[in-house]
Ligand binder design. Structure first.
Ligand code: UT7
Length: 325
């Protein structure tokens, strides 16, 4: 049976030039490099310059993905930007990217699912493509998460960083089997009962201010390992594939301990897990496309490889996308 598959034509990413190390942080708050490395696996993170906005990061990643895809940008009819740190409350940061790319057709909009944003955005793009709403889409995860941090709160400010990643996806006919290139299955979840475990204590409607990130880390950790494994098993069950079939696991990069625990739970050897958390920290919606681009560009992920994307974040939100690159 012939079906439309959403295939990845190209990937791109961007990291701000400024690097903040754990030792830098230990000069202003009561923390140590040892604590941060042992509990999270993070060594350093990139921080956007004062005049660098989320749209700038998004645009740089988008341009890299378009160049990698080798397409005329005018072919893009949909831009979906996952972010928790938009340039402005409105309009969507995606329309700034659209205008900067010289695109005056199609639709551009933002998606808010915090760290799961890119997995949500890619799933929406896949649905748009398979239903004929879009032919070629640009999907971006971009964050200046540093702007939401309380730099006096050592339980959160050591964890996050800024960055952006993007993919260009398009529709291609497939046979409807697991051998097809493209997205094979995608699964999204949320459960608002847990919204106070990880949230920002401000917003336009509640405080008329941006607010800061607040997190019950241990609680989030506990749910993350369970929810992520559930989302992965769902993707495997939907396709009849097993953990042994997965070539690369490209997870949201929140904490190395969570990723080690998840890989162990589903029976994936550590060498199949793409890890960027050491050098980038948690870049929220940007982390999955940043990790994907890293492993594509360094030659680990090759055409035809089975790649499992996964994320979990505030809301709680979580989900997985299984694709053949
Ligand atoms: O992307 C969205 C999803 N987010 C996540 O998945 C994050 C999930 N949570 C985590 O990654 C971990 O829970 C953290 C890394 C946030 C914390 O690690 P933990 O092993 O759960 O530590 P904890 O919160 O239980 O804190 C242990 C101790 C506490 O001291 P007491 O109360 O035992 O005296 C903290 O005050 O570590 C202390 N602590 C720190 N010490 C030095 C907390 N932050 C720091 C710090 N430096 N930066």
């Amino acid at each position: 049976m012939s079906v439309i598959r959403t295939i990845v034509l190209g990937t791109g990413s961007y990291l701000p030039a400024r690097v903040m190390t754990n030792d830098d942080l230990s000069k202003t708050i009561d923390t140590t490099d040892e604590w941060i490395v042992e509990r999270t696996g993070i060594h350093r993170r990139h921080i956007a310059a004062d005049d660098e906005l989320t749209s700038h990061l998004a645009l740089a990643a988008a341009r890299a993905a378009i160049a990698d895809a080798g397409i005329d940008p005018q072919e893009i009819d949909t831009i979906i930007l996952a972010t928790t740190t938009p340039d402005n409350t409105f309009p969507a940061t995606a329309v700034t990217v659209q205008a900067e790319l010289g695109l005056y057709h199609g639709a551009a909009f933002d998606i808010q699912a915090v760290c799961s944003g890119f997995v949500y955005a890619l799933t929406i793009a896949d649905t748009f493509i398979r239903t004929g709403q879009s032919k070629t889409a640009l999907v971006i995860g971009a964050e200046t998460f540093s702007r939401l941090l309380d730099w006096t709160d050592r339980t959160t400010c050591v964890l996050f960083g800024d960055g952006a990643g993007a993919v260009v996806v398009t529709g291609m006919e497939g046979a409807g089997t697991n051998a097809d290139r493209g997205v094979l299955t995608a699964h999204l979840h949320s459960d608002g009962r847990y919204k106070e475990k990880l949230y920002v204590d401000g917003g336009p409607s509640s405080t008329q201010s941006t607010g800061h990130v607040r997190m019950e880390g241990r609680e989030v950790f506990r749910h993350a390992v369970v929810n992520i494994a559930e989302a992965i098993n769902e993707s495997l069950a939907a396709t009849g594939l097993t953990a042994d079939d997965i070539d690369w696991f490209v997870p949201h990069q929140a904490n190395k301990r969570i990723l080690d625990g998840t890989a162990k739970r589903i029976g994936l050897p550590p060498e199949k897990v793409v890890l960027t958390v050491a050098d980038q920290g948690n870049t929220s919606a940007a982390s999955v496309p940043l990790a994907l681009d890293t492993a594509v560009k360094d030659g680990r992920i090759k055409r035809g490889d089975l790649v499992l994307l996964e994320a979990m974040g505030g809301g709680f939100t979580w989900g997985s996308v299984l694709l053949r690159y």
